[in-house]
Ligand binder design. Structure first.
Ligand SMILES: Nc1nc2c(ncn2[C@@H]2O[C@H](COP(=O)(O)OP(=O)(O)OP(=O)(O)O)[C@@H](O)[C@H]2O)c(=O)[nH]1
Ligand SMILES: [Mg+2]
Length: 416
């Protein structure tokens, strides 16, 4: 093999399709996007149908010979396997192929490590990496990977090269301690937000669906949006005006993906926690993606696992400018839009307000004219449809949430 230091990291993708494998093609395409996001140049991919994975080398030995030839011919630096490898398979593959081999989990962990911004995000990713590493401390496999550098070796902690079991266990305990403190602080902030009574909206959806772009359209602000997977990792909450008076908070979070590494689930959940207590979920879907139906299913399955299916939900089919004529939405109710369109903001505002109206209850109150100055406050928590005067009272009709209904009486009595 020629030892040259190249700028780019040349990757070969490998996938094995078992009879029961779901969404195999989508998942291979996704692996290519993930590899690209992590900075690799994908030089090719190799797939095989098998009854079961080979316990020693994951893929059949005959095929491995072919792969080895491809690795040598294309100057491949890294082989990326679209499944979870056992530590033994990982070591064996690296020995046979003579290059770094990483699996889908390591690739995703690596991207999360690149992207984590907040203190908590970094701790969570570091923890996930250490947990992934611990059972892999056998033989030379992991050392080989780490020394090769590049994808699979990035981490938020500088001590990642210290690879003995005891130090890893200590680091895990230490991070878990730090996380407890951070989580407590976050719970307090969330509690305060729940008590504030503001209507809360959460943007969720498959990675790259356009959540951050929609957030930007709504807030006229710049949130990092990019044609990359997991562009957003940390939750961000912003105030958004839905009408002249009605104000909500909108939370943008990490995107969903199939086969999320189990080590990352708690990181993922803590990021999503922010969205677990919302009043309305906006499920953003990339309608132009040929796999959007499978992606919608993945999102709904994860929502079910997180017990979030009972939160009212509105589907936003995004990127309409890129969809073909055959596109048919499968979820109802829904909105179809292009987040990049200049009318996107008013379109979303209108449709979301209409959705909220269906969740609220109609009311009518009569307020003495002398007290009507308090009505601006009512407009923050209720949707006001109509207001008119009769003698010395003002009559207001609109919609309000069940939990805020009791406040109406205070407005009527001028107590608010
Ligand atoms: N053509 C087109 N592109 C869009 C539209 N909305 C978003 N995009 C692009 O799609 C890509 C992904 O958008 P993001 O907003 O970063 O997606 P996201 O859902 O936040 O993704 P993650 O944070 O990775 O989960 C970006 O390149 C956007 O510019 C749209 O309506 N039309
Ligand atoms: Mg985003």
């Amino acid at each position: 093999m020629i030892e040259t230091r190249k700028e780019e990291e040349r990757a070969l993708l490998i996938g094995v399709e078992l009879q029961q494998t779901e969404n195999f093609v989508m998942s291979m395409e996704e692996l290519a996007s993930l590899a690209k996001t992590a900075g690799a140049v994908v030089k090719g991919s190799y797939t095989q149908k098998r009854e079961k994975y080979d316990s020693k080398t994951f893929i059949g030995s005959g095929k491995l010979e072919e792969i080895k030839l491809m690795v040598e011919a294309d100057g491949i630096d890294t082989v990326i396997v679209n499944n979870r490898l056992t530590p033994r398979q990982n070591v064996n593959l690296e020995e046979i192929l003579g290059v770094k081999v990483i699996d889908r989990m390591q690739l995703i962990l690596d991207i999360f490590a690149m992207r984590a911004r907040s203190h908590e995000g970094k701790l969570q990713v570091h923890l996930a990496q250490l947990k992934y590493m611990l059972p892999r401390l056998i033989g030379q496999g992991i050392m080989l990977s780490r020394q090769a550098g590049g994808i699979g070796s990035r981490g938020p902690g500088e001590s990642q090269l210290e690879l003995n079991r005891r130090s890893i266990r200590n680091q895990i305990a230490d991070i878990e301690r730090q996380l407890k403190i951070v989580e407590k602080n976050r719970a307090t902030i969330r509690e305060r937000r729940i008590q504030s009574g503001v209507f809360k909206i959460g943007l969720i959806g498959y990675t790259n669906a356009g959540k951050s772009t929609i957030m930007n359209a709504l807030t006229d602000k710049r949130q990092y949006e990019a044609d990359e997977l997991f562009a957003t990792l940390d939750a961000t909450t912003k105030q958004v005006q839905l009408s002249d008076t009605f104000q909500v908070t909108v939370t943008d979070t990490v995107g969903f993906i199939q086969d999320l590494p189990t080590e990352l689930i708690s990181a993922f959940k803590s990021t999503l926690e922010e969205s677990m207590t919302v009043d309305l979920l906006l499920h953003v879907i990339d309608a132009s993606d040929p796999n959007h139906t499978e992606q919608e299913e993945v999102v709904l399955t994860i929502l079910q696992e997180l017990e979030m299916l009972d939160i009212p939900r509105l589907a936003l089919y995004n990127k309409l400018d890129k969809t073909d004529d055959h596109f048919t939405p499968s979820q109802f109710p829904h909105v179809m839009l292009s987040a990049k369109d200049e009318n996107a903001k008013s379109h979303i505002q209108m449709m979301v307000l209409a959705k909220i109206k269906t969740m609220f209850e109609p009311f009518e109150i009569r307020v003495p004219l002398k007290d009507s100055y308090t009505l601006h406050d009512l407009g923050r928590i209720a949707l006001i449809d109509m207001r008119f005067y009769e003698d010395d009272v003002e009559i207001i009709k609109g919609y309000i949430s069940k939990k805020d209904k009791w406040k109406l009486e205070e407005f009527e009595n001028g107590l608010y």
